[in-house]
Design a binder for this molecule. Sequence first.
Ligand code: 3PG
Length: 307
Amino acid sequence: MKVLVATEKPFAAVAVEGIRKEIEGAGYTLDLLEKYTDKAQLLAAVADADALIVRSDKVDAEVLDAARQLKIVVRAGAGYDNIDLAAATAHNVCVENTPGQNSNAVAELVFGMTVMAVRNMYNGTSGTELKGKRLGIHAFGQVGRNVARIAKGFGMELSALDPYCPDAAIEEAGVRPVHSVEDLYRDNEFVSLHIPATAETRGSVGYDLITLMPKGGVLINTARKEVIDEDGLTRALEARPDIKYVADVRPDCADALMERFPGRVFFTPKKMGAQTAEANINAGIAAARQIVAFLRDGIDRFRVNKA
Ligand code: 3PG
């Protein structure tokens, strides 16, 4: 059995070694395709793979067609919007993610970028502090919970919106549940986005919500660029010179925003929320173990597509 790790954005070397240990320890072969620049490289590499580990790498119908022996693909991470689930089901391929394994890394970056925003991108001028300020957590999954944990250390007041999470679970984490998206944006100087990119959420955060934010509002996006209505964001930044937008996911209109709103926007050059040795080790090794459990014992606990 051959397991292919295909990562356009590679794991830390120490994580690859951990993955290798799991895969070879189970008697399988590990193949590595890192930093590929062309889809053709991926199509060639998957041809004889029985299992595939990816990050944000696109696994579409063409990749699945090329991967004739593929039985399972594990997205080492949380969001699986890069994988065509219906096509995987049609190809009889199990799709899994590794929930929670990289969430602390993403949550830490939320504060890296938030502090940078309130300290005026470290330009030497006087900024503000996070202590005593209100933070709204838009979706209370694994990253949202880690954001809440860290925000408490900063002394922030917390609320969260998540229709899929019971109020009791939010309250148990010391966070106030809110039930309307308008309330979340109206009541918080800081809003941190943790919604997945789905048909329901794409383009769902735009002018109307962003301009509800109180004076000095900062919107932090470590989720997906697709959840933002970029035209609405641009108009909101135009209408509200006090608002800032920092994102780990470069919008399509990044260059225009940086030119028009200098000092008020920041974008990482490449998605790097989960780019830590720890997150790579956690997610990569979890992916490898899930593959072994699936191939050896038929366990599909983290399956996200229909069988
Ligand atoms: C995730 O969904 O797990 C994060 O966005 C990390 O994505 P990455 O593996 O491409 O860094």
